[in-house]
Design a protein around this ligand. Structure first.
Ligand SMILES: Nc1ncnc2c1ncn2[C@@H]1O[C@H](COP(=O)(O)OP(=O)(O)O)[C@@H](O)[C@H]1O
Ligand SMILES: Nc1ccn([C@@H]2O[C@H](COP(=O)(O)O)[C@@H](O)[C@H]2O)c(=O)n1
Length: 211
């Protein structure tokens, strides 16, 4: 392997298409060259917090995340050491008892709403992306996804969006766009932006002579 893995940060609002962009990039490579760390998996553990309190947690505030652990894991992977990535359960609002053993790779993608908010995380990144999608599309996408995949109701998604997600987005997420090297409009189906990123990563991997 080459000297140091490349770290790519993918930020953007909830429902903007971060995961879709990351997966589309991912699918162009073999598993031996690229790995993904989801900031969501690094929400603070709430195993000891009662469920009624978990429902009141602000999951869109920077303090909701265990960035210390995320940074520790990125630093280990940069040194080509494996890590035990936590697994997050959105229905229980805490980490599951499982972990995923992640082997080091030459490309590390770190994806999440607030990955560009923490200066320590930004300093570990070689390329910073911000997926920029209008608020109306984000709420529609989130509504469909959260009901289908995260065990939520229409009422709960609307209530959370209006009281927490929207204000936190405006206060903490949107301002991090200024740190991005590349802004990707519309997210998951932006094939031009995805192809550009794939080409860039391929070039880096070719330089490392591992393709
Ligand atoms: N360009 C797009 N057009 C339509 N739906 C999309 C698009 N990009 C993503 N989606 C859908 O919107 C939902 C949220 O996308 P996701 O990639 O999970 O966003 P994020 O990770 O930013 O929250 C998913 O169900 C996904 O399939
Ligand atoms: N228990 C939780 C944890 C997080 N959320 C919401 O997830 C959003 C971030 O994930 P995306 O895939 O949408 O980027 C964030 O906006 C939190 O509100 C949650 O609802 N419950």
């Amino acid at each position: 392997m080459g000297k140091k893995p490349i770290v790519i940060g993918v930020a953007g609002g909830s429902g903007s298409g971060k995961t879709s962009v990351t997966k589309s990039i991912f699918d162009h490579f073999t598993e031996k060259s690229i790995l993904m760390l989801e900031q969501d998996y690094y929400y603070k553990d709430q195993a000891d917090v009662p469920m009624e309190k978990r429902l009141q947690t602000n999951y869109d505030h920077p303090l909701a995340f265990d960035n210390d652990l995320l940074i520790k894991h990125i630093e280990s992977l940069i040194n080509y050491d494996s890590v035990k990535k936590p697994v997050y359960d959105y229905t229980l609002h805490t980490r599951s008892s499982h972990v995923i053993e992640v082997e080091p790779k030459d490309v590390i993608i770190v994806e999440g709403i607030l990955v560009l908010e923490d200066e320590r995380l930004r300093n570990l990144m070689d390329i910073k992306l911000f997926v920029d999608t209008d608020a109306d599309l984000r709420i529609i996408r989130r509504m469909l996804r959260d009901i289908k995949e995260r065990g939520r109701t229409i009422d709960s998604v609307i209530e959370q969006y209006v009281t927490v997600v929207r204000p936190m987005h405006n206060q903490f997420i949107e301002p991090t766009k200024r740190y991005a090297d590349v802004i990707i409009p519309e997210g998951g189906h932006n094939h031009v932006a995805i192809d550009l990123m794939v080409t860039k990563i391929q070039t880096i991997l070719e330089q490392k002579e591992i393709l």
